[in-house]
Structures are given as structure tokens and as C-alpha cells.
Design a protein around this ligand. Sequence first.
Ligand code: SF4
Length: 352
Amino acid sequence: MFEQGVIRPPSEANSLLVRVTRNCPWNRCLFCPAYKGTTFSRRSVAEIKEDIDEMARYHGRNGSHVTTAFFQDADSLILPVEELLEILKHLGEAFPSLTRITSYARAKSLKRKSVTSLRALKAAGLTRIHTGLESGSVKVLKLTQKGESPGEMIEGGQRVMAAGIELSEYIMPGVGGKELSHENALETAHVLNRIRPDFIRVRTFALPPNSPMEAMAREGCFTPMNELETVAEIRDLLRHLEEMPAHFRCADFSLNLLMHVDGYLDRDRDRMLEDLDAFLSLPELDQKAYVLLQRSGHYGVHPSEMLEHQDLMSQLHNKVEELDSGNDDGFNRYIRAMMAGQLPRPQTGSWT
Ligand code: SF4
């Protein structure tokens, strides 16, 4: 049977998952539980080709309906170009109907590839790269042990764009905590303005349970932001992003509070800022009611819809007041726990 990894982007939910490496070669980011407790390893091209053949047998005649594929795990571009070309060729032959092949990659691996090599990968079928920028701030990248600099992020991203491969950059508002919120917004906007990717995917930070960042919060070296502060940070970021044809996406991730803030920076930026301002100008009790509604699993309901329902509003207000009574931070602690419940767990229960 062929191997599969545990993670893929939401946009690859229906894709063929081709595992070309196992786990993450860096695996030290303090906010990321995905591969903790696992060890990175490469797979041989022969092994990967066998998997592809097995998948072709598994899909049989239905293989002609497979149009998208995704290379797992965290950094497939760490492989030499020659190996990736061989894998892409074999995959294209086994599944001739593929129109999109995508992969995760770290900026460090991207910046080690020349634009010519990346163009060759594009010609062989690699159409999109997903990469975790998280933040453009040196301080935030150091705080979270991302292991990459803003300069490397810019260089890696610009190479992908120059090669004509679509680029999805993932960013994490809130990951710098209260202390670095403004810097996180400004510097992230600065890096994205230099890269001008096709997609900017917002992944609101949630504090992972039992993680090093939770310990940092306990010790006072990191102050988690509440939902309202994170929305304000997203507004700060959006205000500093330049007009470009990038798709700014909140709709594809339910930890983003305002999932309707979604559109193209060259067409919809003003509308998205208006949506953020409309939420930020609500009375605090209504803002908290909306947070509670969204975190209870009612994803994507527009705040204006919620405000129309008086019975619902009074139930939500009562619950907010109950959570806040007797403990100043009761509401925020409750919401943080709800958000943490949506995060993946380390595969072995270990953060090392
Ligand atoms: S965020 Fe990416 S690079 Fe960092 S540990 Fe997780 S998978 Fe690895």
C-alpha cells in the first residue's frame, strides 16, 4: 500500500497525496504541532514511483478523473531538482489528466533553487507552491524559532514568482503576541509587498496546549492576544499591503474570526477594510457575542446576520457575561481553549 502523510492544505482536500519525504526537516517552530515527535527522512525516487504505480492501480479507470496532486510532507523542495523532475514525469505518465501539482516548501529550500531549476519544475508540471511565511518580523521569527529570515522569505518567494509557479504564502496574525503585534503587521506587509504572491492565506494564531509557547505565556515572555486584538492586527496588516492581484484569504480557515474578509488586494481591499472596521466599531459585548458564535462552530456567519436575531443575541450576551463574571479573563480563556481544540495535536503527544 502507498504511504500518506498527515497534513495537506485545505485547498488540496481532493488531491492525490504523493509522499516524497516524511515529516519536517526543521521541525522546531514553537507554534507548530504538526510533526513534533517525528523524525524527518527522505524517500528514494524508486520508492515514490512504486507508490505512484500503486495509486494508479488503486484508482484504476477512475484515475482519469484525478486532476490535482499534492507532494507531502512539509518541505518537498528539499529534494534535488533531478529527483523532483523524475517524480513529476512518472506522476504525469501515471495520471495524464493532472492539471495541478502542488507542494509545501520552506523558503530556505526555495532560495537554494535557481529560477532556471524552478522553471524546469514548472515545465514538468509543478504548478503551485505553498509556503509558511508566518511573519515578516525578525523578532517574531526569532521568538518562534522559525529558522528563516525575512530576506530568505523574500528571496525564496521571488524566485518562485519569477519561475511562473503560483505561490501561496501563509501568515499567522497574533503569533508575535501583544508586544510585537504592530511590528508583526508592518513587517509582514513589507515582505509580502516585495514578494507579491498569488495567495496570502491568513492562519490566525491559536496557542497550542502544552507547547513551549504556552510555557512562555505562563512565564510572561509572550502575551497572547485576544480575538479582538487579532482582528485589529489583521486590519493593520491589510492597511499596509499594496494593491496587487493577490487573493487575500480568510475564508479557507475556520480559526480566522472574520472569514468573510476575503478578496483580491487590487479590487477588494477597501471593502475588506470596511468589513474589519464595521466589526471593530461594534459594541464590545456584540463583538464578544460574535466571537462566541463563531467559536461554537457557526463558521462564516456574517456579523450583520447575527445582529438581526434578537433571541440569539440575548442568549450570546448572557453567556459572555457569565464567562466574564468573577474572573476578568474568563471569556478570553474560554475562547482560547475552544480555538486550541481546533489545532492538530503532535503525532506522539511530544513537543520535542
Ligand atoms: S511550521 Fe513548517 S517548518 Fe515549522 S515545524 Fe511546522 S512544518 Fe516544519
